[in-house]
Design a protein around this ligand. Structure first.
Ligand code: HOZ
Length: 427
């Protein structure tokens, strides 16, 4: 595949942008080679500057659940832009989106918009600390909650991919307030809460971790976390930046039937524009300024373009019965992948929830970061490049999750299955 224009752009980018990218995992360091540069994207496909087409299973890392450039989203953004690109003044779009989030997610009584998922988790942590008057937090190894100082401890996503789960630049005294525990080990949580009695403000987790690959919670684990939090006066924060409005109207909490105190959102609610949100119990949310003592703000929070795009995306998902469509497509992809693995006798573990999926090149079940790390990453890199050369784009890391959109077609899935077969034969 000719990618000479991408190569020229990357060479230029390296001169002006650290690592040539504005978010580390995009640099292809985990799989080798160079990133391609996108020119446009439509539906299930992204097109690079050399005019190569790829069936896209990254979906801009989750947001484009209707596919790229869905006409409803584009129309909403154009109409909003005709009025203004930003107000910094309350506007009707943000009220409409807040109402919709509260209607769809029963645990959310009030919600505050931000401009990114990172801002949302940062706010959730500050709010939990302010509300409980405690300083410590518990997170889980391999869970990624954006690049918030307190949360870049044993973190997943790009931090893990690049071997930097504990970032430089974070004061030791701040990191010491973050207790990082193995996921799916309820005894470890019980022990930590008992030994830090009255000190833990919150437990924050991705209820379906999707930044160290996709890691299913064991049956009863989320329920037990809920119970321990209630017993210890610790807030339970679900980071649903990836799963929110993707796994269903009420996200992972709806799927697993466990109610957090606070939830963070992003991605799907912005329709591809920069957005995040934190929501939850009214008594906690009212601790935010201007009602309460916890300060949080943002010039572009509630930005009309982002709000309009998010609203249009959620409306269309509902109108087009999107979640049913995504489940059907997901099942097709799962069936095709599993039968290819079986046919070629490949030791691998495949997980899928609705439109989110991950193939780990390890025979072990994966229930925590240590097990995820047993994956054969060189094999993943070969698999990734084999597919890329056949016009299929997966995230460039074993430790990310694949996404489907309603724009993917059964033909896309069949073409993918064919390519997977060829690549697995090649080894
Ligand atoms: N943290 C994102 C993946 N889980 C990566 C975002 C990006 O590189 O755009």
């Amino acid at each position: 595949m000719d990618r000479h224009k991408s190569h020229a752009l990357f060479t230029e980018a390296l001169r002006y942008i650290p690592g040539g990218v504005n978010s580390p995992v995009r640099a292809f360091r985990a799989v080798g080679g160079e990133p391609f540069f996108a020119r446009r994207a439509f539906g299930s496909h992204v097109y690079d500057v050399d005019d190569n087409a790829y069936i896209d299973y990254v979906c801009t890392w989750g947001p484009s659940i209707l596919g790229h450039a869905h006409p409803d989203v584009i129309t909403a953004v154009k109409q909003a832009a005709d009025r203004a690109t930003s107000f910094g003044i309350p506007n009707a779009y943000e009220v409409d989106l807040a109402r919709k989030i509260c209607e769809w997610v029963p645990s959310v009584e009030k919600v505050r918009m931000t401009s990114s998922g990172t801002e949302a988790t940062m706010t959730a942590i500050r709010l939990a600390r302010g509300f409980t008057k405690r300083d410590k937090i518990i997170k889980f190894e391999g869970c990624y909650h954006g690049h918030v100082d307190s949360l870049l401890v044993k973190a997943g996503s790009g931090a893990l991919t690049l071997g930097q789960p504990d970032s430089a630049g974070i004061p030791a005294c701040l990191a010491a307030l973050t207790l990082a525990l193995p996921f799916n080990d309820i005894d470890a949580v019980r022990f930590a809460l008992d030994h830090n009695k009255g000190e833990v403000a919150a437990i924050i987790l991705e209820p379906l971790p999707a930044n160290a690959g996709l890691i299913p919670p064991l049956p009863g684990y989320l329920e037990a976390l809920r119970q321990l939090c209630t017993e210890h006066g610790t807030l339970l924060i679900f980071d649903e930046v990836m799963t929110g409005f993707r796994l269903g109207q009420a996200g992972a909490q709806g799927l697993f039937g466990v109610t957090p105190d606070l939830t963070t959102f992003g991605k799907v609610i912005g329709g591809g524009l920069p957005v995040g949100a934190v929501g939850g119990r009214r008594d906690i949310m009212d601790f935010l300024a201007p009602l309460g003592p916890v300060y949080q703000a943002g010039t572009l929070s509630g930005n009309p373009l982002a709000m309009a795009a998010g609203l249009a995306q959620l409306d269309t998902l509902e109108k087009e019965d999107g979640y049913t469509k995504l489940e059907t497509l997901g099942q097709q992809l799962e069936d095709a992948t599993r039968s290819a693995l079986k046919r070629h006798k490949i030791d691998a573990t495949f997980y899928r929830y609705g439109s989110m999926f991950c193939l780990f090149f390890t025979a072990n079940p994966v229930h925590n970061l240590t097990q995820a790390m047993t994956s054969d990453r060189q094999r993943f890199a070969r698999f990734f490049h084999g597919l890329l050369d056949r016009g299929i784009y997966l995230a460039p890391s074993q430790f990310e999750t694949g996404f489907l959109s309603t724009a993917h077609s059964p033909e896309d899935i069949a073409a993918t299955a064919h390519a997977v077969d060829e690549v697995l034969v090649a080894g």
